[in-house]
Design a protein. Structure first.
Length: 289
């Protein structure tokens, strides 16, 4: 189950892994897209499914953020889902209008502090990873920058390229091609280390901003109560698939890193993500209901 539309990051992850998982398990693996309500429609479907290992969820960044944004959300991690494996991570790329006067992150911060409330940033929508990345950046730099939400990443980065909005934290897989084409300028990547897909772009720490790490991610989850033996079999096969050179190369082309964590490691990761982004949502007073 992919709780997002076809063609997005979660859908791409599912469709790359599904044929390999089908081969490994000897079972038909079908990718079912059920978008809506920030992913919660698909989440709800899987949470209520039989815990037998036959209905699985491709969880994403919103899976850990939605409980803080949606007070009426029925199903929540970790109580309603059994972790299997963290599949891939994709950092954000801070990009700016080519004609914007700031040459680097330090100059961007200086301009923002000199003109509080005058600069603006684009996002792909309220509560999105791009929105949260920029709000985290504001908190870490002590800047006051206005949010301009768009209905998706494509129009957001298009307006940054056109100079209508100065900057944007874009998903690496969508923003990097724009930077390579010269339509926008890349200033920093939000991963702990430089991305192999953009080795010349510094990390936020190298650019002078600490504790500003953010990555979008996809994880494999099952309904709570799924037997440990089933979870272990699924984890073992998925981790083996993600360790292959073929899969590493395919995801690297998208600016993503394959992980293949254990179920316990994923559980720790999810709890940390929920705490981190709950703090940012509260500090930035983000509401989408």
């Amino acid at each position: 189950m992919v709780p997002y539309s076809p063609g997005g990051g979660a859908d791409t992850t599912a469709r790359l892994i599904a044929p390999k998982l089908q081969e490994a398990l000897g079972e038909t693996v079908v990718v079912d897209n059920r978008p809506g309500a920030g992913g919660s429609i698909g989440d709800d479907f899987v949470a209520k499914a039989a815990p037998d290992g036959y209905t699985l969820l491709i969880g994403a960044f919103a899976h850990a953020v939605n409980p803080s944004l949606m007070s009426k959300m029925r199903f929540r991690t970790p109580d309603d889902f059994a972790p299997i494996s963290l599949l891939v991570t994709v950092p954000e790329l801070l990009v700016i209008t080519p004609s914007f006067p700031a040459k680097d992150v330090a100059e961007l911060v200086a301009l923002a502090k000199a003109q509080p409330g005058k600069l603006s940033y684009a996002s792909s929508g309220n509560g999105s990873a791009q929105h949260l990345a920029a709000e985290l950046f504001k908190l870490r730099t002590g800047t006051n920058i206005e949010h301009v939400p768009y209905k998706g990443g494509a129009p957001a980065v298009a307006d940054v390229a056109a100079g209508h909005v100065p900057f944007y934290f874009g998903n690496m897989s969508s923003a990097l091609p724009q930077a390579r084409a010269g339509r926008v300028r890349a200033l920093a990547v939000t991963s702990p280390q430089r991305s192999p897909a953009a080795p010349d772009v510094p990390t936020m720490v190298e650019a002078g901003v600490s504790n500003c790490e953010i990555s979008e991610w996809n994880a494999l989850l099952a309904p709570a109560g799924t037997p440990p033996a089933v979870i272990d079999r699924l984890y073992t096969e998925v981790a083996r698939i993600l360790r292959s050179d073929e899969m590493k190369a395919k995801f690297a082309d998208l600016g993503a890193e394959t992980i293949g964590s254990t179920p316990d490691e994923l559980a720790v990761f999810l709890r940390a993500e929920m705490v981190k982004w709950a703090e940012v949502v509260k500090a930035a007073d983000i509401k989408i209901e």
